[in-house]
Design a protein around this ligand. Structure first.
Ligand code: SAM
Length: 287
């Protein structure tokens, strides 16, 4: 089997079909560790396929409900920005937004009480979170939504266009982010563990590229499905990373939020503030 055939094979599962070949290839390469696909025995090729799919599931597929692939139908039925039920139906299609549903208004009230009402938002690894816009109670906002798979970003853009929201959906692999738009508030809801699963230490590099007055990082406190608690110790590395910044923390069921003062400075200054040496940390892939 050659490389492209193996990538095609991995993508045969519905949940991975929308992912860019380049991203799937990157995940496969981190498993191959320099080996050539053509040299693999069938048993080893199967192992690579399984491991790559497991990794793609961890960072992408695990959050999609079966109805996620019918999202277009739900968008078509959405009547207006005041159609709360319709928005809830769409937010329910992704596990991250679904488990946040009872708390959305509280979450945004708490965030904006600290940051003030933003006139622009940058939502990194947004999933379906832009559909929570009606819960934000903002009068006028420019919304930048960044997602890994192009069809997912296109779907968000169709929502923005349908309701004339001042929004732009961007398709980007954030572990290789370049030129992020600046914004008052940047959301990083439940994405940091995901990015770290793709590449260790990439969060520090990414945060240094964010031009925002505030960064709001959300972490799951329970495993998907709510069965297991995730210990606070697992976030100690992140608290060390932001130790030189002003921040406050609040918690709702299943999720803890850090509201962190951002800065619109150069990457070098940010890295120094973060207490990191720029050379040491960008290369290790994890899954
Ligand atoms: C746990 S979900 C969180 C979704 C959303 N932020 C929320 O909390 O509702 C992680 C999201 O990150 C996205 N993602 C994963 N890796 C990414 C990458 N390298 N670049 C951009 N987005 C990524 C996934 O597609 C998924 O939507």
């Amino acid at each position: 089997m050659n490389r492209q055939a193996l990538i095609g094979f991995i993508k045969q599962k519905r949940e991975f079909r929308d992912l860019d070949n380049k991203f799937v290839e990157k995940m496969l390469d981190s498993r191959l560790k320099g080996k050539k696909v053509e040299d693999l025995k069938p048993r080893d090729a199967e192992k690579m396929e399984k491991e790559t799919r497991a990794c793609l599931r961890e960072v992408y597929g695990a959050f999609l409900t079966p109805k996620f692939f019918q999202r277009e139908k739900f968008l078509h039925k959405l009547k207006s920005l005041n159609d709360t039920e319709g928005h809830i139906r769409i937010l329910s299609l992704h596990l991250s937004t679904r488990e946040r549903l009872p708390y959305y208004r509280e979450i945004y009230q708490k965030i904006f009480a600290v940051t003030g009402e933003p006139s622009s938002i940058l939502d990194l690894g947004c999933g379906l979170n832009p559909f929570s816009l009606p819960f934000m109670n903002l009068k006028d906002v420019r919304y930048y939504a960044v997602e890994l798979a192009k069809p997912d970003a296109d779907f968000i853009q169709r929502y923005f266009d349908k309701f004339k929201i001042n929004g732009k959906a961007i398709n980007m692999d954030l572990t290789e982010a370049e030129n992020l738009p600046s914004a008052d508030v940047c959301f990083m809801f439940k994405v940091i563990d995901t990015f770290e699963a793709i590449q260790w230490d990439v969060t520090a590099e990414l945060m240094a590229k964010i031009k925002a007055k505030w960064i709001v990082a959300g972490f799951a406190t329970k495993s998907l499905g709510g069965r297991k608690m995730i210990k606070p110790e697992k976030r100690q590395w992140f608290e060390k990373l932001i130790a030189n910044r002003n921040y406050s923390v609040f918690e709702v069921e299943n999720e803890v939020f850090y509201i962190i003062e951002g800065f619109m400075q150069t990457q070098d200054t940010c890295l120094r503030k973060l207490g990191f040496k720029a050379t040491a940390m960008f290369s290790r892939t994890r899954c």
